[in-house]
Write a protein that binds this ligand. Sequence first.
Ligand code: SAM
Length: 287
Amino acid sequence: MQNNGTLYGTLYIVATPIGNLGDMVPRAIEILQKVDIIAAEDTRHSGNLLQHFCINTPTTAYHDHSDDARTQSLLERLASGQSIALISDAGTPLISDPGYRLVHEARSLGIRVEPIPGACAVITALCASGLPSDRFSFEGFLPAKNTNREQVLAAVKEDPRTLVFYESPHRILASLESVITILGGDRYIVLARELTKTFETFIAGSAQEVLDTLNTDANQKRGEMVLMIKGFETVKIREISQDVERILLLLCEELPLKKAAALAAKITGLKKNALYQLGLELTQPNH
Ligand code: SAM
């Protein structure tokens, strides 16, 4: 890319496996081999992965605590035409991992930033959880302190979307206890453990049931995990009260549905349209 007469290099954001090395995508290997330098969250940790795929590209450390000088030095390399690949310890960089500052600054300077997609624990967990995936909210890690954790949970208590959190083995029990306190023990949850690895497990049930499982089987507390919580279910009109159905049916015996729904709305304070739909379902189930 050309900018102010300079030929800029490209910053590649490269996903790496979250456990199973077979999930490394060919394009990631190709890019990691061809760039001038790899910026890694932990160069020693990534060394094993790079060795496995015969990647001899030089590495440099980059994490969110890196000082401005480190970010500037990477930006200068890019500005001078060098290409850089950013990787994290596992999965997709920037997703609860370092890189935001670098990508933000690179983009604001007009440097090309190219993603190389691959494994990401949020998506891997969600797609096999059986929970609604049409809309979801990724919330990162829950705070370590009880009060902060409970505040975060209280803020999402009535969110109708599936909630996805990253978790660690030493906090999972405390987090489940907070879920029970704030969202209730009967909220349906799925805990995905050790994804893509030998002991991959999905534990599903009410928050209380999942907590009981972890308390009775210490192995289920081990490893990396993603906690998914079913979204808040708005009470359907059917569930509000069986009395509503009874009133509507009685009125329907004497009146056309439209009038019955209007009268039932006055009696119950519920919406006329919703009662009309309910009346249709009750009187003409195959409409
Ligand atoms: N950037 C990574 C990604 O794309 O998934 C996530 C990095 S974050 C620091 C690490 C957290 O991701 C772990 O604590 C765990 O919650 C989740 N995680 C990563 N690998 C996992 C795996 N194999 N199984 C379950 N959860 C995993």
